[in-house]
Ligand binder design. Structure first.
Ligand code: SF4
Length: 289
């Protein structure tokens, strides 16, 4: 049986990336009855505008409803938004940092959990899915050429948030690799239009996610020199906010302790240009691509 075939209520957690969209397309093509399909997109507010455009374009071109969700620090814990009303200045992410009074970091990635996974589960519970009585399959866009991520999910079997959703990885099961995804998008009449720097797409997921390599971050920061609002200003402001709200001083409130603060990187970028030559490794982000 096709790994994309649904058996009961199935949630496609659409990250807004090419791989995730490829998976969605396969699900649409391999199921005659889509009444049990729920597609969600959890917006952190720090996605690149091109990602939001892409999510909307997939929805419109493919005729599939996508539920746009955002974290809220209120009783319900989330809001349902749409392409027009989605936050574009990091507001959901900032609300989470204020609530927690500290910053996520590579070891404690609560942003992925609270801004995405929990928000989706809360929505599913609201609509009567993802309960003990009505468990769901949660399809996630992890490819066969991402063996560490595949192994981690297989080991875990269920999501960290709930025993009521089973993580399934149809791309991994179908043996899909990045080349398959690239070929697919070459043949499509539209694509994710993230900017490239030195031929590489750097800004997927949150624009300056702390899991990206330092040189990658520098390159993005340098590339928007001269813009009225620079992406790094938000990240630098969050580091200052965390210091203010936690009372921690000095370097005690940074997204990462093993490299300069975002403000320092902003300052460096005013004097240094292409720092991407070393190609340092980014940590794989579970927010997907
Ligand atoms: S992309 Fe990075 S910063 Fe954004 S939610 Fe995921 S881990 Fe956190």
């Amino acid at each position: 049986m096709s790994p994309y075939k649904m058996s009961g209520t199935t949630v496609v957690s659409f990250s807004g990336g090419r791989t995730s969209a490829f998976m969605l397309r396969q699900v649409l093509d391999n199921n005659a009855d889509l009444s049990d399909l729920i597609v969600t997109f959890a917006n952190t507010g720090k996605e690149h505008p091109a990602t939001l455009d892409f999510v909307q374009e997939c929805s419109v071109r493919w005729g599939v409803p996508i539920v746009w969700l955002e974290f809220r620090d209120d009783e319900r814990g989330f809001a349902i938004v749409d392409y027009e009303t989605a936050c574009r200045d990091g507001e959901p992410f900032e609300a989470l940092i204020r609530k927690r009074s500290y910053l996520p970091n590579p070891v404690t990635r609560f942003c992925t959990i609270d801004l995405k996974i929990r928000v989706i589960h809360k929505y599913l519970r609201m609509v009567g899915c993802s309960t003990e009585e009505t468990p769901v399959d949660m399809m996630t866009g992890i490819r066969a050429d991402e063996p560490r991520r595949v192994a981690k999910i297989r080991h875990r079997k269920t999501t960290s948030e709930s025993k009521h959703a089973t993580m399934v990885m149809p791309l991994a099961d179908a043996g899909v690799g990045v080349q398959d995804v690239t070929e697919f998008w070459k043949a499509e009449p539209f694509d994710l239009m993230l900017p490239t720097i030195n031929g590489r797409t750097l800004e997927g997921n949150c624009d300056l996610c702390f899991l990206k390599g330092a040189n990658q971050i520098y390159s993005i920061i340098a590339s928007d020199r001269g813009e009225p609002v620079r992406k790094a200003e938000w990240w630098a402001r969050m580091e200052r906010t965390a210091v203010a709200s936690s009372g921690i001083t000095g370097n005690g409130a940074l997204f990462r302790f093993d490299r300069p603060s975002y403000q320092q990187m902003l300052d460096y970028s005013d004097t240094q240009f292409d720092m991407f030559a070393d190609h340092d490794e980014a940590i794989a982000c579970f927010c997907g691509d």
